[in-house]
Design a protein around this ligand. Structure first.
Ligand SMILES: [Zn+2]
Length: 425
């Protein structure tokens, strides 16, 4: 299949915006030139639109198998496509957990048959994510695991984590960690701070996260493995990661759009669409996360897309499950509230969603160049629209951003040379 994108605005390597045509043949970008004259099956007039490499989200919960009421691989990856994402990495807290070759092969089959964009499956670090017995890293790598994580829970025992990191180093794979010291969770449902005090709720203190990151960077140094920190949320965590990087430890880190945009002060009341793990922290934490992103301490942005049903999210702040959806709103929210407010540049934002995650995990995606896989998104930077959960393609409508006015909505997403989503079709 041949596809020609015409008149798109493209940010060249020197940061200059130029107008260009892009020819796609058999899933690959074969030409990027000012004017391309050729017979093709489909021409797309992208005048006035910005073309970016397809976004990469390395932290997504697709829920399948086992959680199909919340999301499926089909609905989650269609939501990804609508949000401009062409590669997502799927977290392993499913039923069953991808902790054996059989489970991983079943997951791969489901992905092959139903995914709209590229899905990189995580395997778990421990059997059933119970934090005890390690999975067979070499065999799971062979079966296509992208990296290892027990996301949703922290690995509590230091000796188990060290052993996992040594095995990962041997297999040349990354250990990806949700950091929470269980003895400090305090049965919290929000951050321990002004909001928890005001509403008489148990709070999760910042140190619950940062203390485990501090332990882990030292373990990673001892093991010599690539250690990646999920959804960094506190200023102390940023400091620990910054120090670890300075010491030459092989650590990378991600931050979510909601931790970059919201704090506990933005929670309007006992609304579980503002309940996620880690929780929304303090204004000083948010400032440190932005600073950490800008100085390279935090490597990239990932959504932690975590769909739940309306019934589950209606159970109140204490009982509802943690998590919010993020795939369909990430770019417009970040563009409107960070780029248009001159906090980060457009080039930087695109980098945090494309080249930076790709580089962190040595993936061959995230760039627009001849010979690269044709993963791209056309963005309308001028159109303003409200976030409307009723229009989400994800089964999850659980967002704290309903009603937010944003610019920068995707109009078409192409993954592996195929149009996987386009506006109004
Ligand atoms: Zn997590």
């Amino acid at each position: 299949m041949k596809l020609l994108i015409q008149n798109a605005n493209y940010i060249a390597f020197n940061g200059e915006k130029v107008q260009t045509d892009i020819l796609i043949e058999n899933g690959i970008i074969t030409k990027i030139e000012k004017k391309i004259e050729v017979d093709v099956e489909r021409k797309v007039d992208a005048a006035g639109m910005l073309v970016s490499p397809g976004f990469i989200d390395l932290h997504v919960h697709l829920r399948e198998p086992g959680g199909e009421k919340k999301e499926t691989i089909a609905t989650g990856t269609l939501a990804a496509a609508k949000g401009g994402f062409t590669t997502v990495a799927a977290m392993p807290n499913t039923r069953p957990v991808p902790d054996t070759i059989n489970h991983m092969e079943d997951l791969q089959k489901r992905i092959r048959e139903t995914a709209h964009v590229r899905v990189l499956p995580y395997a778990s670090i421990t059997t059933r994510q119970l934090g005890k017995e390690l999975t067979d890293f070499e065999a799971l790598k062979e079966a296509g695991a992208f990296a290892f994580t027990d996301d949703g829970v922290g690995i509590q025992s230091a000796d188990r984590m060290l052993e996992a990191m040594r095995k990962a180093a041997k297999a040349d794979m990354a250990v990806v960690a949700h950091c929470e010291e269980n003895s400090l969770i305090n049965k919290g449902c929000v951050h321990e701070g002004s909001f928890s005090e005001k509403h008489g709720l148990n709070g999760i203190p910042s140190v619950c996260e940062s203390v485990q990151i501090a332990r882990d960077v030292l373990l990673a140094e001892a093991a010599g493995c690539h250690y990646h920190v999920c959804h960094v949320s506190t200023k102390e965590s940023v400091r620990v990661i910054r120090d670890a990087k300075r010491a030459g430890i092989r650590v990378t880190a991600e931050v979510t759009p909601h931790h970059l945009l919201l704090t506990q002060d933005d929670i309007p009341g006992l609304d579980a669409n503002f309940k996620m793990n880690p929780p929304l922290r303090d204004a000083a934490d948010r400032a440190a996360l932005i600073e950490g992103l800008l100085d390279g301490t935090i490597d990239f942005i990932a959504t932690d897309h975590a769909p739940h049903t309306l019934e589950e999210k209606s159970e109140g702040m204490e009982l509802a499950p943690f998590g919010i959806v993020g795939l369909e709103t990430a770019f417009p929210l970040l563009y409107t509230h960070l780029v248009l407010k001159n906090i980060i540049s457009l080039e930087e934002l695109i980098g945090f969603l494309t080249l930076k995650p790709a580089k962190s995990f040595a993936l061959p995606y995230g760039k627009l160049e001849v010979g690269a896989p044709a993963d791209l998104v056309l963005l309308n930077l001028n159109k303003e629209k409200e976030v409307d959960p009723s229009g989400f393609l994800s089964k999850g409508k659980n967002t704290p951003f309903a009603g937010w006015k944003c610019k920068g909505w995707p109009e078409m997403t192409i993954a592996g040379g195929r149009i996987v989503w386009e506006k109004g079709v």
